[in-house]
Design a protein around this ligand. Structure first.
Ligand code: IPE
Ligand code: IPE
Ligand code: MG
Length: 243
């Protein structure tokens, strides 16, 4: 593992996709794929924490996922509560802090309760910050930020001239985090599906055909190794290699 240790990304964001296809390949209902995907979450969180990654942001439920059949949405909300309840002790043992981004008030009451409980229980941890994107949409996030900035201007707290990139970043759900260095998408789809639109402007992108329930430690290390070889230029002529 030492060869990737020097160029470890500080913030990894993952679009965990392909649970439904994984289930279909096995003749299971889609929810069987979501359940299997939880084991990947557990493993990737653990490896990230061991490697000293600072932020791991997982796209768990998008604003658009509410448009799926009711039975799948309900099952996903229940699975979320179940995951949090089951993993809280293990996350705590690994010194993991938990944060959630998205329109959290839209979650079911049960899922919200477990989420608040887990966040509170893990709030003093100082290791990996696990960020769950829930009822999250990149466009909705920008809308919410613009509304908040407008409110502050109206209240006389800030001036129009104060609006710059930092001001906008500071009003996003991700306000206190650095932008993702590496964006991983599983299951081969070549799109961002409304994930972290503002924050990924200079993220390195890694797409693998592996479906999320099959994305485990070895696959993750492969992605990190690939990232370690990238030349990040940030628009300049010379590669800064890694920040
Ligand atoms: C990702 O897997 C999990 C969520 C979006 C909640 P999918 O459910 O999108 O799986 P596919 O893309 O249909 O295979
Ligand atoms: C993106 O996957 C959302 C999550 C992984 C939570 P989707 O499966 O919802 O995205 P599309 O529909 O393929 O773009
Ligand atoms: Mg999908």
């Amino acid at each position: 593992m030492t060869h990737i240790a020097k160029n470890i990304p500080r913030h990894v964001a993952i679009i965990m996709d392909g649970n439904g296809r994984w289930a279909r390949q096995r003749g299971l209902p889609r929810i069987g794929g979501h359940r299997a995907g939880m084991a990947s979450v557990r493993e990737i969180v653990q490896v990230s924490s061991k490697l000293g990654i600072e932020y791991l942001t997982l796209y768990a439920f998008s604003s658009e996922n509410w448009l799926r059949p009711r039975i799948e949405v309900d099952a996903l909300m229940r699975l979320l509560g179940f995951y949090l309840q089951k993993e809280i002790a293990e996350l705590d043992r690994n010194n993991v802090r938990l944060v959630a981004i998205g329109r959290l008030h839209e979650l079911t009451a049960g899922a919200r309760r477990q989420l608040d409980k887990a966040i509170a229980a893990l709030r003093n941890n100082t290791g990996l910050t696990l960020v769950l994107a829930l009822s999250y949409g990149g466009r909705a996030e920008i809308v919410d930020a613009v509304r908040e900035i407008a409110r502050e201007i109206k209240a006389g707290q800030i001036d129009i001239a104060d609006i710059d990139e930092k001001c906008i970043s500071d009003h996003l759900y991700t306000a206190k985090m650095m932008d993702p260095d590496l964006l991983i998408r599983t299951s081969g789809e070549l799109r961002v599906s409304n994930f972290l639109l503002w924050q990924i402007s200079y993220a390195e992108i890694y797409v693998t055909d592996t479906l999320w329930p099959d994305f485990r430690k070895a696959e993750f290390l492969k992605a990190l190794e690939d990232y370690g070889k990238r030349n990040r230029r940030f628009g300049r002529v010379h590669s800064t290699r890694h920040k």
